[in-house]
Design a protein around this ligand. Structure first.
Ligand code: SAH
Length: 213
């Protein structure tokens, strides 16, 4: 598992690209500058690791585009010490970004092969979430709630109520909502019963799958 000067140079270029696309959060940019994204991808795709694109990671899933990861993390207002729930562990790249920011991360994946792979891989790079959970993101993680932030990294057909219910007051849910194309939604819990909703640009994610009955 090598990280060379060439990779570091390519990351710096990627960071400049993200800045041009409007990412401002210094900590998020620093995290992307630090994390060896090429190691999160199958070796055949390593050349593409520092291009601002999503890529296949097996099991019909993708590692999100760097811009998307940066934008979602920025919208989450994730900070050191925050307790964050991530839905869709996938390659673990987004998880690593949150850990670089100093968050306590709980991450859920429903796909068994990816779950096993990433559970072994991330700690090898020194990235240790509080918990890896093999389960269904639609129900969130009641036992560890409430959270400062919940980030959904797959396209949801609707906003699952348990996720809203598991936010602290002041906490944020960042979730792409839609079928083919999704609009990024940010819900901020303003009281026990009230939420403020904002929507941002359009994104394309793999679908957030419902449990098979
Ligand atoms: N955060 C990931 C993105 C992976 S793509 C990364 O940075 O690589 C989305 C992931 O969500 C896939 O791994 C998919 O298996 C997972 N997923 C889809 N539906 C889910 C559900 N209901 N619960 C948990 N994970 C789900």
């Amino acid at each position: 598992m090598k990280d060379t000067f060439t990779h570091k140079g390519m990351r710096q270029k990627l960071v400049r690209t993200l800045q041009k696309k409007g990412i401002k959060n210094k900590e998020v940019l620093a995290a992307i500058n630090t994390i060896p994204r090429h190691l999160f991808m199958d070796s055949g795709f390593i050349d593409h690791a520092y291009v601002d694109k999503a890529f296949p990671i097996g099991a019909e899933q993708t590692i999100s585009q760097p811009y998307t990861v940066a934008r979602q993390t920025e919208l989450l207002s994730a900070e050191k010490g925050h307790k964050i729930l991530e839905i869709g562990t996938g390659s673990g790249y987004q998880t690593a970004v949150l850990l670089e920011l100093g968050c306590q991360v709980y991450t859920i994946e429903r796909q068994n092969v990816l779950f096993k792979k990433t559970t072994i891989f991330l700690p090898k790079l020194g990235y240790r979430p509080k918990k890896f959970i093999f389960g269904d993101g639609y129900i969130g993680l009641e036992t560890e709630a409430p959270f400062d932030g919940i980030i959904v990294t797959a396209g949801a057909p609707y906003v699952p109520n348990p996720l809203l219910a598991q936010l602290k007051i002041g906490g944020k849910l960042v979730i792409p909502v839609g079928d083919e194309v999704q609009k990024m939604h940010v819900f901020t819990r303003t009281s026990e019963t009230e939420f403020e909703k904002e929507t941002y640009g359009e994104f394309r994610f793999v679908p957030l799958l419902e449990k098979k009955n």
